[in-house]
Ligand binder design. Structure first.
Ligand code: DLL
Length: 432
């Protein structure tokens, strides 16, 4: 089912016209109300009248997370605080969080986008959704909650954590959809198996997972563990939260709600937009946002776009699943390494489980990368030779995919910390 047929299946020409009209309005609004953008546009020698169609977007300035921090909390806003009905905040790894206010209309758009996403993933008003994303300043819990409510589905507002209780809710209330981070879904699958509950003993049929990068191999494990079809939902607080895009039944990219957020992929070196299929930095421009509309916000997420029609009938552009963040890329002895490459290798090896941590350090002048991964309990053996063979096999695979030498350590089952929200997979001990 398509939630909003007129918007999700309009022709490319109609979409171009709609985006152009909305961009003109947004640029006018920020020019009049946000000093930051007026100053930037004046420095570039442009004014709102220069933006005629969406193709003129390349003339506009970029926005970065640093700009949001520098203007914390509300200096980038285009509406007065009296019009805010909710304020979310994204926790930064360094310093202050970023404040993200919403007006009534912004929240309306948020619920609309999440309702579209749940439908895209195959959900209907007859489903019951266990929302196990955290509720609070993080947008996952409330975002999925409001979207499911808009759809007319039932919501179990479980929030994250308290795993025993999550399993009880799952068994007693028979939710048909689970929404949480992929790493927490994996943990829940493990916990179910441990207490002897089989996938067929619960009613789940769909998973709506996101908020962190995950690989197709991880998806397959979660699907087997919970007996579901797993979907990828993407979003970020600065732009809205979950529901910026989501996979449909063909799972060949995530459909973007591009009537609200205009996507571009930028060449990381030149910052020039690149064509379909080319990987670069994903950038979004708000087309209707009232409280804090952002122009060309650089997400740091790496993806590519595909404008070709999808068999599901939606005409919206699709983005490839996020392969990593430009600032997550580890440079080890000059070689670029993405944590997602390591995850893909580990998940192809039956002897180990998807619980791992990557530790980067520096010995003298040499960078080292250690991967600690848990052995599956059925492969635990007292034979040192057998363990060493498993270790070597995985190390060789990792070395050849990453093209550097990795220290591989096998850890005992359940010795690596599980996460209930976004997993922290990389510990970088290097001092820069
Ligand atoms: O994570 C919003 C969200 C909640 C998305 C629930 C999906 C589900 P932030 O906390 O601001 O917002 O983090 C945004 O998380 O820039 C990506 O790096 C990462 N991310 C989000 N979804 C995905 C995904 C929420 N499906 C940051 N795949 C983004 C990979 C994702 N990374």
């Amino acid at each position: 089912m398509i939630w909003n047929e007129p918007m999700e299946t309009m022709s490319r020409d109609e979409m171009h016209a709609l985006q152009s009209e909305r961009l003109r309005d947004t640029v006018e609004r920020v020019y009049q109300n946000v000093d930051f953008y007026r100053t930037k546009m004046q420095a570039l020698g442009i004014e709102p009248g220069d933006i005629k169609t969406i193709d003129d977007i390349v003339k506009l300035p970029f926005t970065t997370k640093k700009d949001l921090r520098d203007n914390y909390p509300f200096k980038m806003c285009a509406a007065p605080q009296s019009q805010f009905v909710r304020i979310h905040a994204s926790s930064g790894t360094t310093g202050k969080p970023t404040a993200v206010p919403h007006t009534r209309k912004d929240l309306d758009m948020f619920a609309e986008c999440v309702a579209r996403s749940i439908c895209c993933a195959g959900g209907t008003k007859d489903d019951t959704i266990q929302v196990s994303y955290g509720y609070g300043l993080f947008t996952g819990g409330l975002g999925l909650h409001d979207g499911a409510t808009r759809l007319g589905a039932g919501v179990i507002p479980a929030s994250s954590g308290n795993t025993r209780n999550q399993l009880t809710l799952m068994k007693d209330f028979h939710p048909t959809i689970l929404a949480c981070t992929p790493s927490y879904a994996m943990f829940l699958a493990e916990a179910l198996a441990e207490e002897g509950t089989k996938p067929e003993d619960i009613a789940l049929r769909i998973g709506i997972f996101g908020a962190e990068p995950w690989s197709p191999e991880m998806r397959a494990k979660i699907e087997a563990g919970l007996g579901i079809t797993a979907h990828d939902i993407y979003g970020l607080s600065e732009i809205m939260g979950p529901g910026v895009s989501c996979t449909c039944e063909h799972r060949n990219g995530l459909h973007i709600c591009e009537d609200y957020f205009y996507p571009e992929i930028l060449d990381p070196e030149t910052l020039a937009p690149v064509g379909d299929g080319v990987v670069g930095e994903l950038t979004f421009t708000h087309l209707t946002k009232e409280a804090m509309p952002l122009l060309r916000y650089r997400t740091r997420d790496l993806s590519s776009l595909d404008h070709s029609p999808c068999e599901c009938g939606r005409t919206s552009v699709r983005m490839a699943r996020i392969i990593g963040r430009s600032d997550d890329m580890l440079i080890i002895r000059g070689v670029n390494v993405f944590p997602s490459q390591i995850e893909s290798v580990l998940l192809e090896v039956p002897e180990v489980s998807p619980n791992y941590v990557i530790i980067v350090d520096r010995k003298g002048t040499l960078d080292t990368i250690e991967v600690q991964v848990e052995l599956n309990p059925e492969y635990m053996t007292d034979s040192v030779t057998e363990m060493e063979e498993i270790r070597k096999k995985i190390k060789q695979k990792l070395d050849s995919v990453l093209r550097i030498s990795v220290i591989l350590t096998l850890a005992e089952h359940k010795t690596i910390a599980r996460s209930q929200g976004k997993a922290k997979r990389v510990i970088d001990k290097r001092q820069f």
